[in-house]
Design a protein around this ligand. Structure first.
Ligand SMILES: *Cc1c(COP(=O)(O)O)cnc(C)c1O
Length: 362
């Protein structure tokens, strides 16, 4: 870490790679010879056109996105997409399947109910406090559904899908907000992958969507123009002024991913980092992680002590160690360490050192 910076374990907005921040700083007054920053630039300019096209091309390259998919940069974050999705895809049967594996998938299903005839909960782990991902056998899928929605990585509960559910001919749609670009994904198995970028890719305020072209079709009449996939695809995501600065960061972060070995190397680093924390958790009994081991997230690691008082004390001690944002989500309590792509392994090792000391002292 550079001088003065701390290990930021925030779930989002979250840590960005330091080389990216330095590059943004270097280009802040004069971006690509334009004499101005990306913050001040027309989105109709040649310099910005190159930025948005390179950002989309980088996403396609590192995720090996097949040719029959389009990358869209949309407004409204992941929550905006919760609304855009049923309005764009729910036009045939008006029915959709939602698998509820945590808070955000629940919110997505609730939002879809406003627009669809029927939202069917096709699987849920709510009864077990979302400590696992439903198995394929547990899913009750409707072959007439217009799509199946899943939340790939459950940011609050610390679980993640380790298998791609078989949904037959029905397109699979995945909210990947908190695991985007953390490992390779077989995009061809999904109809749509989307997410807010503020967990692993860029500052907040942008939705990154990867959409199979046959799903880009006329939406419901009530669909706001800026969420109309067809209109946005026709205009290269610039139907109105896009989130220029965020898109610029998508370009810088994806450049960084390419320079550091792509998604295979990223996955390896993320696995190593997560193992530092999970191996320690498994080796002792002072802290608990109650997630089913097979479904553990590499990005968000939740843990707690035996008492809320000790949890509070643990969190209160973070600042003195140069950490921040270790408090768990209010729905879960305890602690949560979000260890996204930009978190160095040293940060996780430092956290485990603190955990060991704290356990010993108590
Ligand atoms: C953070 C998060 C969201 C909400 O994102 P917004 O961009 O704030 O709407 C949705 N889904 C998941 C999985 C998240 O982690």
């Amino acid at each position: 870490m550079l001088d003065g910076r701390i290990y930021n374990f925030s779930a989002g907005p979250s840590i960005l790679p330091e080389p990216v921040l330095l590059k943004a700083q270097e280009e802040l007054l004069n971006c690509n010879g334009s004499g101005m920053s990306v913050l001040e630039m027309s989105h109709r300019s040649k310099v910005f056109d190159d930025i948005i096209n390179q950002a989309a091309a980088n996403v396609k390259e590192i995720l090996k996105v097949p040719d029959n998919y389009t990358v869209l940069f949309l407004h409204g974050g992941a929550s905006g997409f919760f609304s855009a999705l049923p309005m764009n895809l729910g036009t045939r049967s008006g029915k959709a399947d939602y698998v509820v594996s945590g808070n955000f998938s629940n919110l997505a299903a609730k939002e879809a109910k406003k627009y669809l005839k029927e939202v069917h909960i096709a699987g849920s782990s709510e009864e077990d406090h979302f400590n696992h991902i439903p198995t394929q056998e547990e899913l009750t899928l409707d072959p007439e559904a217009d799509y199946v929605h899943v939340c790939w990585n459950n940011t609050i509960f610390g679980t993640t899908w380790k298998y791609v559910p078989d949904t037959g001919k029905v397109p699979l749609v995945a909210d990947m907000s908190s695991s985007y670009l953390s490992e390779p994904v077989d995009v061809s198995k999904f109809g749509i992958i989307y997410g807010g970028v503020q967990k692993n890719i860029a500052p907040a305020g942008l939705t990154l969507a990867i959409i199979r072209n046959d799903l880009i079709q006329k939406p419901m009449d009530i669909c706001p123009k800026i969420w109309d996939f067809q209109k946005e695809a026709d205009k290269n995501s610039m139907l109105n002024t896009p989130a220029c600065a965020q898109i610029y960061f998508v370009k810088l972060v994806t450049d960084w991913i390419k320079e550091t070995g792509g998604l295979d190397a990223m996955k390896k680093r993320n696995e190593e980092k997560a193992a530092v924390l999970y191996d320690y958790l498994d080796s002792q009994s002072f802290y608990q992680n109650t997630v089913k081991p097979e479904d553990r997230s590499m990005m968000n690691v939740v843990f707690r002590t035996q008492s809320e008082e000790l949890d509070r004390e643990f969190v209160a001690g973070q600042a003195a160690r140069g950490f921040s944002n270790l408090k768990g989500h209010r729905l879960v309590g305890g602690m949560r360490a979000s260890i996204y792509n930009a978190m160095p392994k040293e940060g996780v090792e430092a956290l485990v050192a603190y955990m060991k000391e704290f356990a010993k002292a108590h």
